[in-house]
Design a protein around this ligand. Structure first.
Ligand code: FES
Length: 553
Protein backbone atom coordinates (compact mmCIF):
# COMPACT_ATOMS: atom_id res chain seq x y z
CA UNK A 1 0.00 0.00 0.00
CA UNK A 2 1.21 3.56 -0.62
CA UNK A 3 3.06 5.39 2.10
CA UNK A 4 0.77 8.27 3.09
CA UNK A 5 3.63 10.42 4.35
CA UNK A 6 5.60 10.19 1.13
CA UNK A 7 4.05 11.84 -1.91
CA UNK A 8 0.95 13.50 -3.20
CA UNK A 9 -1.74 11.39 -4.83
CA UNK A 10 -1.08 10.75 -8.51
CA UNK A 11 -3.51 10.31 -11.38
CA UNK A 12 -2.05 8.40 -14.31
CA UNK A 13 1.41 9.20 -13.05
CA UNK A 14 0.94 12.95 -12.61
CA UNK A 15 0.70 14.64 -9.20
CA UNK A 16 -2.86 15.59 -8.31
CA UNK A 17 -3.84 18.97 -6.98
CA UNK A 18 -6.75 18.11 -4.67
CA UNK A 19 -8.45 20.42 -2.23
CA UNK A 20 -9.49 19.30 1.25
CA UNK A 21 -12.45 16.93 1.02
CA UNK A 22 -12.50 17.39 -2.76
CA UNK A 23 -13.63 14.35 -4.76
CA UNK A 24 -11.30 13.16 -7.50
CA UNK A 25 -13.74 13.90 -10.36
CA UNK A 26 -14.07 17.55 -9.35
CA UNK A 27 -10.33 17.96 -8.86
CA UNK A 28 -9.75 16.65 -12.39
CA UNK A 29 -12.58 18.71 -13.91
CA UNK A 30 -11.05 21.83 -12.34
CA UNK A 31 -7.92 21.12 -14.40
CA UNK A 32 -9.98 20.52 -17.54
CA UNK A 33 -9.47 16.74 -17.39
CA UNK A 34 -12.68 14.85 -17.68
CA UNK A 35 -12.11 11.74 -19.72
CA UNK A 36 -11.67 8.89 -17.25
CA UNK A 37 -12.08 5.71 -19.26
CA UNK A 38 -13.82 3.86 -22.04
CA UNK A 39 -17.06 1.90 -22.14
CA UNK A 40 -17.30 -1.86 -22.05
CA UNK A 41 -18.28 -3.02 -25.52
CA UNK A 42 -17.88 -0.07 -27.86
CA UNK A 43 -14.93 1.71 -26.24
CA UNK A 44 -16.87 4.94 -26.09
CA UNK A 45 -15.26 7.76 -24.10
CA UNK A 46 -16.52 8.04 -20.56
CA UNK A 47 -16.57 11.07 -18.26
CA UNK A 48 -18.63 11.87 -15.15
CA UNK A 49 -22.38 11.99 -15.76
CA UNK A 50 -24.36 11.90 -12.51
CA UNK A 51 -21.75 13.24 -10.07
CA UNK A 52 -23.42 11.52 -7.13
CA UNK A 53 -22.19 7.93 -7.32
CA UNK A 54 -25.11 6.38 -9.18
CA UNK A 55 -23.76 5.69 -12.68
CA UNK A 56 -20.65 3.95 -14.05
CA UNK A 57 -19.10 6.79 -16.01
CA UNK A 58 -16.33 7.71 -13.59
CA UNK A 59 -14.85 4.37 -12.54
CA UNK A 60 -11.11 4.40 -11.84
CA UNK A 61 -8.60 2.06 -10.27
CA UNK A 62 -7.14 3.21 -6.95
CA UNK A 63 -4.03 1.49 -5.57
CA UNK A 64 -4.87 -1.63 -7.58
CA UNK A 65 -8.52 -1.73 -6.49
CA UNK A 66 -10.93 -1.55 -9.45
CA UNK A 67 -14.27 0.21 -9.88
CA UNK A 68 -13.80 3.15 -7.52
CA UNK A 69 -16.16 6.01 -8.33
CA UNK A 70 -14.14 9.18 -8.93
CA UNK A 71 -17.08 11.45 -8.08
CA UNK A 72 -17.25 9.99 -4.56
CA UNK A 73 -13.61 9.20 -3.87
CA UNK A 74 -11.56 11.75 -1.95
CA UNK A 75 -7.89 10.99 -2.72
CA UNK A 76 -5.38 10.47 0.09
CA UNK A 77 -1.67 11.26 -0.08
CA UNK A 78 0.27 8.51 -1.79
CA UNK A 79 -2.71 7.20 -3.82
CA UNK A 80 -1.93 5.78 -7.25
CA UNK A 81 -4.95 6.26 -9.48
CA UNK A 82 -5.27 5.06 -13.07
CA UNK A 83 -8.01 4.63 -15.66
CA UNK A 84 -9.76 1.28 -15.87
CA UNK A 85 -10.20 0.95 -19.61
CA UNK A 86 -8.65 2.38 -22.75
CA UNK A 87 -5.36 1.18 -24.20
CA UNK A 88 -2.85 2.80 -24.22
CA UNK A 89 -4.96 5.62 -22.74
CA UNK A 90 -8.62 6.66 -22.61
CA UNK A 91 -7.82 9.54 -25.01
CA UNK A 92 -6.27 7.24 -27.62
CA UNK A 93 -7.85 3.81 -27.31
CA UNK A 94 -6.51 1.50 -30.00
CA UNK A 95 -8.88 -1.26 -28.92
CA UNK A 96 -11.64 0.92 -30.35
CA UNK A 97 -10.59 -0.53 -33.73
CA UNK A 98 -12.72 -3.54 -32.77
CA UNK A 99 -15.68 -1.23 -33.01
CA UNK A 100 -15.05 -1.07 -36.79
CA UNK A 101 -14.63 -4.82 -37.11
CA UNK A 102 -17.65 -5.61 -34.94
CA UNK A 103 -20.04 -2.67 -35.38
CA UNK A 104 -22.66 -4.47 -33.25
CA UNK A 105 -20.15 -5.06 -30.49
CA UNK A 106 -18.31 -8.13 -29.31
CA UNK A 107 -21.32 -10.04 -28.09
CA UNK A 108 -20.02 -12.24 -25.29
CA UNK A 109 -23.60 -12.87 -24.16
CA UNK A 110 -25.06 -14.62 -27.21
CA UNK A 111 -22.16 -15.35 -29.56
CA UNK A 112 -18.98 -17.43 -29.54
CA UNK A 113 -20.67 -20.59 -28.26
CA UNK A 114 -19.12 -23.20 -30.55
CA UNK A 115 -17.13 -25.31 -30.14
CA UNK A 116 -18.18 -25.46 -26.51
CA UNK A 117 -14.71 -26.37 -25.27
CA UNK A 118 -13.30 -23.13 -26.69
CA UNK A 119 -15.95 -20.88 -25.14
CA UNK A 120 -13.96 -20.06 -21.97
CA UNK A 121 -10.98 -19.09 -24.12
CA UNK A 122 -13.10 -16.86 -26.35
CA UNK A 123 -14.74 -15.28 -23.38
CA UNK A 124 -11.46 -14.45 -21.70
CA UNK A 125 -10.08 -12.82 -24.84
CA UNK A 126 -13.32 -11.03 -25.64
CA UNK A 127 -13.71 -9.65 -22.16
CA UNK A 128 -10.21 -8.22 -22.40
CA UNK A 129 -10.75 -6.73 -25.86
CA UNK A 130 -14.15 -5.40 -24.94
CA UNK A 131 -12.61 -3.46 -22.07
CA UNK A 132 -14.00 -5.34 -19.08
CA UNK A 133 -12.05 -4.47 -15.94
CA UNK A 134 -9.35 -6.43 -14.22
CA UNK A 135 -9.51 -8.01 -10.80
CA UNK A 136 -7.63 -6.30 -7.96
CA UNK A 137 -3.84 -6.36 -8.29
CA UNK A 138 -2.06 -9.33 -6.84
CA UNK A 139 -0.95 -8.40 -3.36
CA UNK A 140 -3.86 -6.07 -2.65
CA UNK A 141 -5.14 -7.63 0.55
CA UNK A 142 -8.88 -8.33 0.64
CA UNK A 143 -9.41 -5.97 3.57
CA UNK A 144 -11.91 -7.22 6.15
CA UNK A 145 -13.20 -4.11 7.88
CA UNK A 146 -14.75 -4.76 11.29
CA UNK A 147 -18.44 -3.85 11.21
CA UNK A 148 -21.04 -3.40 13.91
CA UNK A 149 -24.63 -4.16 14.83
CA UNK A 150 -26.94 -1.45 16.20
CA UNK A 151 -30.41 -1.73 17.75
CA UNK A 152 -32.55 1.39 17.44
CA UNK A 153 -36.16 2.45 17.63
CA UNK A 154 -36.17 4.54 14.47
CA UNK A 155 -33.83 4.44 11.50
CA UNK A 156 -34.11 7.35 9.07
CA UNK A 157 -32.42 6.87 5.70
CA UNK A 158 -31.37 10.25 4.35
CA UNK A 159 -30.73 13.57 6.05
CA UNK A 160 -32.26 15.93 3.51
CA UNK A 161 -34.96 18.53 4.01
CA UNK A 162 -37.83 16.16 4.77
CA UNK A 163 -35.80 14.05 7.21
CA UNK A 164 -34.54 17.10 9.10
CA UNK A 165 -38.06 18.52 9.34
CA UNK A 166 -39.32 15.18 10.61
CA UNK A 167 -36.61 14.87 13.24
CA UNK A 168 -37.10 18.45 14.42
CA UNK A 169 -40.84 17.89 14.74
CA UNK A 170 -40.59 14.57 16.60
CA UNK A 171 -37.95 15.85 18.98
CA UNK A 172 -36.15 12.59 18.18
CA UNK A 173 -33.14 11.87 20.36
CA UNK A 174 -31.63 8.67 21.70
CA UNK A 175 -32.89 5.59 19.87
CA UNK A 176 -32.96 7.38 16.53
CA UNK A 177 -30.23 6.80 13.95
CA UNK A 178 -29.84 8.65 10.66
CA UNK A 179 -27.95 7.06 7.74
CA UNK A 180 -26.67 9.64 5.24
CA UNK A 181 -24.57 9.21 2.08
CA UNK A 182 -22.85 12.56 2.55
CA UNK A 183 -22.40 14.54 5.72
CA UNK A 184 -25.54 14.83 7.80
CA UNK A 185 -25.77 18.53 8.53
CA UNK A 186 -28.38 20.41 10.53
CA UNK A 187 -29.76 17.51 12.56
CA UNK A 188 -31.38 18.34 15.91
CA UNK A 189 -29.16 17.97 18.96
CA UNK A 190 -28.87 14.45 20.25
CA UNK A 191 -29.71 12.70 16.97
CA UNK A 192 -26.96 10.30 16.03
CA UNK A 193 -25.92 9.83 12.42
CA UNK A 194 -23.75 7.59 10.29
CA UNK A 195 -22.16 9.98 7.79
CA UNK A 196 -20.87 9.05 4.34
CA UNK A 197 -22.71 5.78 4.71
CA UNK A 198 -25.10 4.30 2.16
CA UNK A 199 -28.08 2.15 3.06
CA UNK A 200 -27.56 -0.78 0.73
CA UNK A 201 -30.10 -3.42 1.65
CA UNK A 202 -33.49 -3.39 3.35
CA UNK A 203 -35.16 -6.82 3.19
CA UNK A 204 -38.87 -7.20 4.07
CA UNK A 205 -39.46 -7.06 7.84
CA UNK A 206 -39.39 -10.14 10.02
CA UNK A 207 -42.91 -10.74 11.29
CA UNK A 208 -43.31 -10.77 15.06
CA UNK A 209 -39.73 -9.64 15.76
CA UNK A 210 -39.09 -6.97 18.35
CA UNK A 211 -37.17 -4.98 15.77
CA UNK A 212 -38.50 -6.31 12.50
CA UNK A 213 -36.27 -4.32 10.11
CA UNK A 214 -32.66 -5.22 9.36
CA UNK A 215 -31.00 -2.44 7.41
CA UNK A 216 -27.55 -2.99 6.00
CA UNK A 217 -25.49 0.16 5.48
CA UNK A 218 -21.89 0.56 4.33
CA UNK A 219 -19.57 3.52 4.86
CA UNK A 220 -17.36 5.01 2.14
CA UNK A 221 -14.32 3.45 3.81
CA UNK A 222 -15.88 -0.02 3.76
CA UNK A 223 -17.32 -0.34 7.26
CA UNK A 224 -20.65 -2.17 7.37
CA UNK A 225 -23.44 -1.56 9.87
CA UNK A 226 -26.32 -3.95 10.53
CA UNK A 227 -29.10 -1.81 11.98
CA UNK A 228 -32.06 -3.50 13.62
CA UNK A 229 -34.95 -1.04 13.84
CA UNK A 230 -38.57 -1.00 14.94
CA UNK A 231 -39.53 1.66 12.41
CA UNK A 232 -37.81 2.83 9.22
CA UNK A 233 -38.38 6.10 7.37
CA UNK A 234 -37.05 6.23 3.82
CA UNK A 235 -36.16 9.81 2.92
CA UNK A 236 -33.74 9.07 0.12
CA UNK A 237 -34.86 11.91 -2.13
CA UNK A 238 -34.70 11.91 -5.89
CA UNK A 239 -32.27 12.23 -8.75
CA UNK A 240 -32.22 13.82 -12.20
CA UNK A 241 -33.33 11.48 -14.97
CA UNK A 242 -31.40 10.65 -18.09
CA UNK A 243 -32.71 11.12 -21.64
CA UNK A 244 -32.30 9.04 -24.78
CA UNK A 245 -30.63 10.63 -27.82
CA UNK A 246 -27.75 9.79 -30.12
CA UNK A 247 -24.54 10.52 -28.24
CA UNK A 248 -26.31 10.81 -24.87
CA UNK A 249 -23.32 9.02 -23.32
CA UNK A 250 -20.76 11.52 -24.65
CA UNK A 251 -18.48 13.44 -22.26
CA UNK A 252 -20.17 16.74 -21.55
CA UNK A 253 -23.65 15.27 -21.13
CA UNK A 254 -24.44 15.66 -17.43
CA UNK A 255 -27.38 15.54 -15.14
CA UNK A 256 -28.03 18.77 -13.23
CA UNK A 257 -26.66 17.04 -10.13
CA UNK A 258 -23.57 16.05 -12.08
CA UNK A 259 -22.96 19.62 -13.21
CA UNK A 260 -23.44 20.94 -9.68
CA UNK A 261 -21.11 18.29 -8.27
CA UNK A 262 -18.32 19.10 -10.74
CA UNK A 263 -18.54 22.88 -10.33
CA UNK A 264 -15.34 24.05 -8.60
CA UNK A 265 -17.37 26.66 -6.70
CA UNK A 266 -21.17 26.92 -6.89
CA UNK A 267 -21.19 30.04 -9.07
CA UNK A 268 -18.65 28.70 -11.60
CA UNK A 269 -20.10 26.02 -13.89
CA UNK A 270 -18.02 23.11 -15.18
CA UNK A 271 -18.59 24.18 -18.83
CA UNK A 272 -18.30 27.21 -21.08
CA UNK A 273 -21.73 27.26 -22.78
CA UNK A 274 -24.38 24.68 -21.98
CA UNK A 275 -27.75 23.69 -23.32
CA UNK A 276 -30.19 23.11 -20.47
CA UNK A 277 -32.87 20.47 -20.98
CA UNK A 278 -36.17 20.90 -19.15
CA UNK A 279 -38.87 23.44 -18.52
CA UNK A 280 -39.51 23.39 -14.77
CA UNK A 281 -38.15 24.72 -11.50
CA UNK A 282 -34.90 22.78 -11.79
CA UNK A 283 -33.99 24.68 -14.97
CA UNK A 284 -35.15 27.98 -13.44
CA UNK A 285 -32.66 27.36 -10.62
CA UNK A 286 -29.81 26.63 -13.03
CA UNK A 287 -30.60 29.78 -15.02
CA UNK A 288 -30.41 31.83 -11.85
CA UNK A 289 -27.06 30.29 -10.99
CA UNK A 290 -25.31 30.02 -14.36
CA UNK A 291 -27.50 32.02 -16.78
CA UNK A 292 -24.63 33.79 -18.54
CA UNK A 293 -23.15 30.40 -19.46
CA UNK A 294 -26.35 29.05 -21.00
CA UNK A 295 -26.64 28.79 -24.78
CA UNK A 296 -30.31 27.78 -24.83
CA UNK A 297 -33.06 26.02 -22.94
CA UNK A 298 -34.73 23.17 -24.75
CA UNK A 299 -37.66 21.20 -23.37
CA UNK A 300 -39.29 17.95 -24.51
CA UNK A 301 -42.64 19.40 -23.31
CA UNK A 302 -43.80 22.84 -22.31
CA UNK A 303 -41.72 25.50 -20.55
CA UNK A 304 -43.01 26.89 -17.26
CA UNK A 305 -43.57 30.62 -16.74
CA UNK A 306 -40.66 30.91 -14.26
CA UNK A 307 -38.24 29.51 -16.87
CA UNK A 308 -39.64 31.72 -19.63
CA UNK A 309 -39.28 34.78 -17.42
CA UNK A 310 -35.75 33.98 -16.24
CA UNK A 311 -34.58 33.15 -19.79
CA UNK A 312 -36.02 36.29 -21.35
CA UNK A 313 -34.44 38.49 -18.66
CA UNK A 314 -30.97 37.32 -19.66
CA UNK A 315 -31.66 36.81 -23.37
CA UNK A 316 -31.39 33.01 -23.43
CA UNK A 317 -33.45 31.46 -26.26
CA UNK A 318 -35.96 28.77 -25.30
CA UNK A 319 -37.17 25.90 -27.48
CA UNK A 320 -40.26 24.24 -26.01
CA UNK A 321 -41.58 20.92 -27.40
CA UNK A 322 -38.26 20.15 -29.02
CA UNK A 323 -36.57 16.84 -29.82
CA UNK A 324 -32.95 16.51 -28.76
CA UNK A 325 -31.73 14.26 -31.56
CA UNK A 326 -27.98 14.11 -31.19
CA UNK A 327 -24.91 15.37 -29.36
CA UNK A 328 -21.73 15.23 -31.42
CA UNK A 329 -18.08 15.66 -30.56
CA UNK A 330 -15.13 13.55 -29.49
CA UNK A 331 -13.64 13.86 -26.05
CA UNK A 332 -16.18 16.57 -25.38
CA UNK A 333 -19.41 17.42 -27.15
CA UNK A 334 -19.34 20.41 -29.50
CA UNK A 335 -22.81 20.56 -30.99
CA UNK A 336 -26.38 19.36 -30.51
CA UNK A 337 -28.93 18.70 -33.23
CA UNK A 338 -32.54 19.53 -32.48
CA UNK A 339 -35.93 19.56 -34.20
CA UNK A 340 -39.29 20.95 -33.16
CA UNK A 341 -41.76 18.21 -32.32
CA UNK A 342 -44.42 17.50 -34.89
CA UNK A 343 -42.04 17.27 -37.86
CA UNK A 344 -40.07 20.52 -37.55
CA UNK A 345 -36.83 21.04 -39.50
CA UNK A 346 -33.52 20.06 -37.92
CA UNK A 347 -31.20 22.73 -36.61
CA UNK A 348 -28.12 22.72 -34.45
CA UNK A 349 -26.49 24.70 -31.65
CA UNK A 350 -22.88 24.91 -30.53
CA UNK A 351 -22.35 23.86 -26.95
CA UNK A 352 -19.85 22.04 -24.79
CA UNK A 353 -22.36 20.60 -22.33
CA UNK A 354 -25.89 19.26 -22.18
CA UNK A 355 -27.37 19.51 -18.69
CA UNK A 356 -30.37 17.25 -18.10
CA UNK A 357 -32.88 18.77 -15.71
CA UNK A 358 -36.18 17.76 -17.26
CA UNK A 359 -37.56 15.51 -14.53
CA UNK A 360 -36.75 14.08 -11.13
CA UNK A 361 -37.07 10.41 -10.30
CA UNK A 362 -37.49 8.86 -6.85
CA UNK A 363 -34.45 7.19 -5.33
CA UNK A 364 -36.55 4.19 -4.40
CA UNK A 365 -34.55 0.91 -4.56
CA UNK A 366 -34.86 0.36 -0.78
CA UNK A 367 -38.64 0.56 -1.02
CA UNK A 368 -38.68 -2.02 -3.83
CA UNK A 369 -36.40 -4.29 -1.79
CA UNK A 370 -38.56 -4.03 1.31
CA UNK A 371 -41.57 -5.19 -0.70
CA UNK A 372 -43.54 -1.92 -0.60
CA UNK A 373 -46.32 -1.58 -3.18
CA UNK A 374 -45.23 0.80 -5.90
CA UNK A 375 -47.45 2.79 -8.25
CA UNK A 376 -46.58 4.33 -11.61
CA UNK A 377 -46.83 8.12 -11.81
CA UNK A 378 -47.03 9.22 -15.39
CA UNK A 379 -46.01 12.82 -14.72
CA UNK A 380 -42.53 11.67 -13.70
CA UNK A 381 -42.50 8.45 -15.69
CA UNK A 382 -41.45 6.36 -12.67
CA UNK A 383 -42.68 4.15 -9.85
CA UNK A 384 -43.35 5.79 -6.48
CA UNK A 385 -44.45 4.12 -3.23
CA UNK A 386 -48.20 3.72 -2.89
CA UNK A 387 -48.83 5.58 0.36
CA UNK A 388 -51.66 5.15 2.82
CA UNK A 389 -52.68 7.69 5.43
CA UNK A 390 -49.72 9.11 7.31
CA UNK A 391 -47.08 8.31 4.66
CA UNK A 392 -47.27 4.61 5.56
CA UNK A 393 -46.21 2.26 2.81
CA UNK A 394 -47.88 -1.11 2.36
CA UNK A 395 -45.22 -2.57 4.68
CA UNK A 396 -46.15 -2.02 8.37
CA UNK A 397 -43.59 0.16 10.11
CA UNK A 398 -42.08 1.46 6.86
CA UNK A 399 -42.66 5.07 5.85
CA UNK A 400 -41.62 7.19 2.90
CA UNK A 401 -41.36 10.94 2.98
CA UNK A 402 -40.12 13.84 0.86
CA UNK A 403 -39.14 13.55 -2.79
CA UNK A 404 -38.94 9.75 -2.81
CA UNK A 405 -42.63 9.73 -1.84
CA UNK A 406 -43.58 12.03 -4.72
CA UNK A 407 -43.69 15.39 -2.93
CA UNK A 408 -42.34 18.41 -4.76
CA UNK A 409 -41.26 21.98 -3.99
CA UNK A 410 -42.03 23.26 -0.51
CA UNK A 411 -44.06 20.12 0.20
CA UNK A 412 -40.82 18.14 0.49
CA UNK A 413 -40.00 19.81 3.81
CA UNK A 414 -43.60 20.07 4.90
CA UNK A 415 -44.18 16.34 4.37
CA UNK A 416 -41.46 15.61 6.93
CA UNK A 417 -43.05 17.91 9.45
CA UNK A 418 -46.47 16.34 8.95
CA UNK A 419 -45.25 12.78 9.20
CA UNK A 420 -44.06 13.35 12.77
CA UNK A 421 -47.36 12.86 14.64
CA UNK A 422 -48.27 9.66 12.81
CA UNK A 423 -44.92 7.96 13.11
CA UNK A 424 -45.31 4.56 14.72
CA UNK A 425 -49.08 4.81 14.53
CA UNK A 426 -49.30 7.59 17.11
CA UNK A 427 -51.99 9.55 15.35
CA UNK A 428 -53.55 10.75 12.09
CA UNK A 429 -51.77 13.01 9.66
CA UNK A 430 -53.10 15.83 7.54
CA UNK A 431 -51.95 15.62 3.95
CA UNK A 432 -54.16 18.42 2.64
CA UNK A 433 -52.51 21.12 0.58
CA UNK A 434 -49.27 19.23 -0.05
CA UNK A 435 -48.11 19.39 -3.67
CA UNK A 436 -47.48 15.95 -5.07
CA UNK A 437 -46.98 14.66 -8.54
CA UNK A 438 -50.37 14.21 -10.10
CA UNK A 439 -51.16 10.64 -10.87
CA UNK A 440 -52.46 10.40 -14.41
CA UNK A 441 -51.18 13.84 -15.44
CA UNK A 442 -49.29 13.84 -18.76
CA UNK A 443 -45.52 13.86 -18.38
CA UNK A 444 -43.06 15.95 -20.42
CA UNK A 445 -42.09 12.82 -22.35
CA UNK A 446 -45.63 11.91 -23.35
CA UNK A 447 -45.38 10.73 -26.97
CA UNK A 448 -41.78 11.98 -27.10
CA UNK A 449 -39.84 8.78 -27.67
CA UNK A 450 -41.78 7.35 -30.64
CA UNK A 451 -41.28 10.70 -32.38
CA UNK A 452 -37.61 10.77 -31.44
CA UNK A 453 -36.85 7.24 -32.59
CA UNK A 454 -38.30 7.97 -36.04
CA UNK A 455 -35.96 10.91 -36.46
CA UNK A 456 -32.73 9.70 -34.89
CA UNK A 457 -29.72 9.91 -37.24
CA UNK A 458 -29.11 6.40 -38.62
CA UNK A 459 -25.30 6.68 -38.76
CA UNK A 460 -24.87 7.35 -35.01
CA UNK A 461 -25.01 5.03 -32.08
CA UNK A 462 -27.69 5.63 -29.49
CA UNK A 463 -26.80 3.97 -26.23
CA UNK A 464 -29.85 2.89 -24.26
CA UNK A 465 -27.89 1.54 -21.27
CA UNK A 466 -24.47 3.19 -20.77
CA UNK A 467 -23.31 0.87 -17.96
CA UNK A 468 -23.59 -2.20 -20.21
CA UNK A 469 -23.30 -0.40 -23.57
CA UNK A 470 -26.65 -1.69 -24.81
CA UNK A 471 -27.74 0.07 -27.99
CA UNK A 472 -31.18 1.35 -28.79
CA UNK A 473 -30.97 -0.85 -31.90
CA UNK A 474 -30.74 -3.94 -29.68
CA UNK A 475 -33.90 -2.89 -27.90
CA UNK A 476 -35.59 -2.36 -31.27
CA UNK A 477 -34.41 -5.81 -32.37
CA UNK A 478 -35.81 -7.29 -29.16
CA UNK A 479 -39.18 -5.70 -29.90
CA UNK A 480 -39.16 -6.70 -33.56
CA UNK A 481 -38.69 -10.35 -32.54
CA UNK A 482 -41.95 -10.19 -30.65
CA UNK A 483 -40.60 -10.08 -27.12
CA UNK A 484 -42.45 -7.88 -24.66
CA UNK A 485 -41.93 -6.26 -21.25
CA UNK A 486 -38.99 -4.65 -19.45
CA UNK A 487 -37.98 -7.75 -17.47
CA UNK A 488 -37.63 -9.78 -20.68
CA UNK A 489 -35.78 -6.85 -22.28
CA UNK A 490 -33.34 -6.91 -19.39
CA UNK A 491 -32.68 -10.63 -19.81
CA UNK A 492 -32.40 -10.40 -23.60
CA UNK A 493 -30.20 -7.32 -23.92
CA UNK A 494 -28.54 -6.86 -20.53
CA UNK A 495 -30.14 -3.42 -20.17
CA UNK A 496 -30.50 -2.47 -16.52
CA UNK A 497 -27.96 -5.00 -15.24
CA UNK A 498 -25.07 -2.60 -14.73
CA UNK A 499 -23.75 -0.87 -11.63
CA UNK A 500 -26.38 1.88 -11.75
CA UNK A 501 -29.00 -0.83 -11.08
CA UNK A 502 -31.10 0.49 -13.96
CA UNK A 503 -31.56 3.91 -12.37
CA UNK A 504 -30.91 5.79 -15.61
CA UNK A 505 -31.78 3.39 -18.42
CA UNK A 506 -34.85 1.53 -17.13
CA UNK A 507 -37.28 4.48 -16.75
CA UNK A 508 -36.49 5.62 -20.32
CA UNK A 509 -36.74 2.06 -21.68
CA UNK A 510 -40.12 1.56 -19.98
CA UNK A 511 -41.46 4.73 -21.63
CA UNK A 512 -40.12 3.64 -24.99
CA UNK A 513 -41.44 0.08 -24.75
CA UNK A 514 -44.84 1.34 -23.58
CA UNK A 515 -45.07 3.39 -26.79
CA UNK A 516 -43.90 0.50 -29.01
CA UNK A 517 -46.08 -2.06 -27.28
CA UNK A 518 -49.07 0.31 -27.30
CA UNK A 519 -49.96 -0.28 -23.69
CA UNK A 520 -49.69 1.71 -20.46
CA UNK A 521 -46.22 1.89 -18.91
CA UNK A 522 -47.18 -0.07 -15.75
CA UNK A 523 -48.07 -3.04 -17.99
CA UNK A 524 -44.54 -3.00 -19.38
CA UNK A 525 -43.61 -3.89 -15.81
CA UNK A 526 -40.47 -3.30 -13.80
CA UNK A 527 -37.28 -5.15 -13.19
CA UNK A 528 -36.64 -7.04 -9.97
CA UNK A 529 -34.76 -4.90 -7.44
CA UNK A 530 -31.64 -6.79 -6.44
CA UNK A 531 -29.57 -5.77 -3.45
CA UNK A 532 -27.26 -4.11 -2.76
CA UNK A 533 -28.21 -0.59 -3.81
CA UNK A 534 -24.54 0.25 -4.32
CA UNK A 535 -21.54 -2.06 -4.78
CA UNK A 536 -20.46 -3.36 -1.38
CA UNK A 537 -16.97 -4.78 -0.71
CA UNK A 538 -17.15 -8.39 0.41
CA UNK A 539 -14.66 -7.46 3.14
CA UNK A 540 -17.31 -5.17 4.63
CA UNK A 541 -19.83 -7.99 4.84
CA UNK A 542 -17.22 -10.39 6.19
CA UNK A 543 -16.48 -7.92 8.99
CA UNK A 544 -20.05 -7.90 10.34
CA UNK A 545 -20.58 -9.60 13.69
CA UNK A 546 -22.30 -13.00 13.69
CA UNK A 547 -26.06 -12.82 13.35
CA UNK A 548 -26.59 -12.55 9.63
CA UNK A 549 -28.53 -10.13 7.54
CA UNK A 550 -31.77 -11.70 6.41
CA UNK A 551 -32.27 -11.97 2.70
CA UNK A 552 -36.00 -12.55 2.48
CA UNK A 553 -39.29 -12.70 4.33
S1 FES B 1 -20.33 10.35 -12.25
FE1 FES B 1 -19.54 9.13 -10.67
S2 FES B 1 -20.97 7.54 -10.47
FE2 FES B 1 -21.88 8.87 -11.93
Amino acid sequence: MPDPSAEPARFRGRPLDVGPDEPLARALARRGRRLLGRSLRYHRPRAPFCGVGHCTNCLVRVNGVPNVRACRYVPSPGDRIVSEAGWPSPEVDLLAAFDLLFPRGLDALHGFRRPAWATPLYQRAIRRLAGFGRLPDAGVPPAVTPGEERRVELAVVGAGRSARALLAATGAGPGTLVVERDRALGLPDGVESLDRTTAAFLPPPEEGADRPFTLLAVGDRGRAHRIRARTVVVATGGYDASLLFAGSDRPGVLTAEGALALAPVPERPPFRRAVLVGGGERVAGLLALWGTHVEAVIAPGTVGPEVARAASEIGVPIYPRTLLLEATGGRRIRRVTLAARGGGARFSLSTDAVVLAHRRLPNSPLLFQAGASMAWRSEAGAYFPALGPGFATSVPGLYAVGEVAGFTGAAITESGRRLAPSLGGRGPVDLSGLTTLLDGAPGPLDGYYPELVDRLPRRSKTVACPCEDVLLGELADFHARGYRGIEVAKRYTGLGTGLCQGRYCVPEAVLLLAAWERRPAPEVGRITARPPVVPVPLGALAGLPEGGARTGP
